[in-house]
Structures are given as structure tokens and as C-alpha cells.
Design a protein around this ligand. Sequence first.
Ligand code: FA5
Length: 335
Amino acid sequence: MSSTESLEPALHELDQLQAQAAQAFESATTADAVEVARIEYLGQKQGRLKAAQERLKTLEPAVKRAYGQRFNGVKQALEIAFDAARSRVERRTTAAGGIDVTLPGVAPRLGHRHPLTQTADELIDIFGRFGFAVARGPEVEDVRHNFDALNIPPVHPARDPLDNFYLSEGTMLRSQTSTIQIRVMESQPPPVRVIAMGRVYRPDTVDATHSFMFHQVEGLMVDKGVTMADLKTVLRLFARSYLGEDVQIRFRPSFFPFTEPSVEVDMLWHGGDRWVEMGGAGMVDPNVFKAVGYEPEQVTGFAFGLGIERLCMRRHGIDDIRLLYQNDVRFLDQF
Ligand code: FA5
């Protein structure tokens, strides 16, 4: 074998080594990857540069010099490539305030709507299909909308300071969404077909089905010839849509100052062993129509107010209303 023959392949391998090492250092984006490349190419024991140096000993004296010169060039290029890679990943790390931005990211935990929000949205959907639009009203109310216009006179026990959250002489946190019936009728002539929902506040003692803050959905339909049969049909259809075809509801005679006649609506609780009150309802009292400037001889109407928490609890088999307010993700994750 002549000296030129053995030199050419050896030089070619040196060129390849340089190209591969450059590629490895350039594509390393983390400190760990740079270290892996360093060990492979510049490692003192088994690095590929070391192996190329060992090869020098096996070459004939005539070609040693040429090989040695090329080897020195490759060695220098590899050291420069390594230094560049190392300072590049270090810069990235410190630029991000000590955080290694080259590490895979932490995927954000995706949340979802609270079960009460889901319930509210579904109620809007169902009543929307029955032709009910959505109305809104303020949580801080005046006593006219919470009581007077609803035919609840100043001496009525429902106005007792111990049963309400008064903010001042004439204002309070609304105790029912029936306030919005008044606001809607004040702002438009009949016919009316709306639902309204939101938070209401009462200093009730907290237990499994009572809270001092809860949500109600109010319904109001006013037109010529609206009857109690319409009320019962709408509530039955609603209960079946939201709670399932097999749900049982019952109507009990009751009293509200703003409806006449009035009923209480109960649903058979999950487990089927007891009835739980879902809401109150009735035919709008003529005095309410008078208070908002409607003509009681011309129109009739029905109204209802249902507890959203209890509907949500019945639907999902939740036993305690307090679970809905604790924001424990182990609970909320289930819906
Ligand atoms: C009312 O609030 C009437 N405004 C309903 C009404 C509207 C009658 C229109 C006639 C016409 P009641 O106080 O019964 O009624 O409350 C209605 C529903 O709200 C109850 O059936 C229950 O489902 C829910 N509810 C009442 N108090 C609480 C409470 N402390 N915690 C959770 N839900 C409650």
C-alpha cells in the first residue's frame, strides 16, 4: 500500500468527523444534549477525536505530517463548535431568568364550566325552545321591586329585617328573582314571555338544601287568555326536559302575595324516598298588573321561581348544596 493511498481515506474520515460533530453541536438545544455530543466527539477516553488521534500512530512516517496537520484543524473546529453550543444553551437559560426554556412545557390544566353555570345555560336553552327570552336585573334592589310592586305591603312578615339583607333604608340584596318580573313589565307592554336568573340572598340557616346565597330562575308569561293549565304544562315539560322523562313533580296549593292562585312545585328526590320543593308559582295577581300599569281586565299571566341549585342537585344526584360552593376540583371534575 502506498503512502498516498492510505492518506486519502484517513483524511476523508477526518473531514467526515468534523462535519458530523459540527452537526451534532449545532442541533443540540439543551445543556444535556451538548454534553452528550461532547462525550461522543471530545471525550478523553472513547471520544471519536481521541480515536482519530490514535490512528496517527498507525500511519507511515511519510503521511503522518499531513494527517497531523489536518487533525489539528479538525480538533480546533470541534472545540470551537462545542464552545459555541455551550454558550448558546447557557444564554437561553439565563435569558429566561434561570428557567430552561428548552425543556418541554407544562401543559395548562383545562377547566370547564361550574355545574351551576352548566345548569343555568341549559335552562336558558330549554326555555328558549319554549319561546322564552332572557331578561336581567340587579342584585342590589330597591324595596319597590323586591316588595311593594309585588303586592307585599310594608307590614308583611317577609319584609322583616331578620329575614333580609338590607343595605340601607330602601335598598337590599334581592331576596328573589321576582323583582325582574316587575322590571320587565315596567319596560314593555304585553305580551311577555321571559325567564330571568341570578343570585338571591336570604339569611337562611345553612343545611343540605339551604344556603344564604343561591340562584333562582324566574319565568313570566303574560298574554290574552293565559291559564293555569299553561303554567302546569310549561313546568311539566321543563322538568321532563331537564330532569328526564321519568321525573315526578307535584303541585301543592300555596300562597304568594304576587300570585293568585299560588302553588308550590315539588320534585321526587333522587332515591325516590322524599319530595323536595323545586319552586313557587301561580297566576299573576291583578294588583301586580296594576302596579306596573298593565290592564288586569285585558291580560292574564303566570309566573314561577325555581331554585337552580336544587335542580342541579336533583339532576346530578348531589346530596349537599354546600358542595356547590366549596370549589373542590375533586368534586367539580365530575361534571
Ligand atoms: C320564591 O322565592 C318566589 N319568588 C317564587 C315565585 C315566583 C312564586 C313567581 C310565584 C311566582 P320560595 O321562597 O319558595 O319562592 O323560593 C323558591 C325556590 O327557591 C324554592 O322552592 C327552592 O328551590 C329555592 N330556595 C329557597 N330558599 C333557598 C335556600 N335558602 N337555599 C337554596 N334554595 C332555596
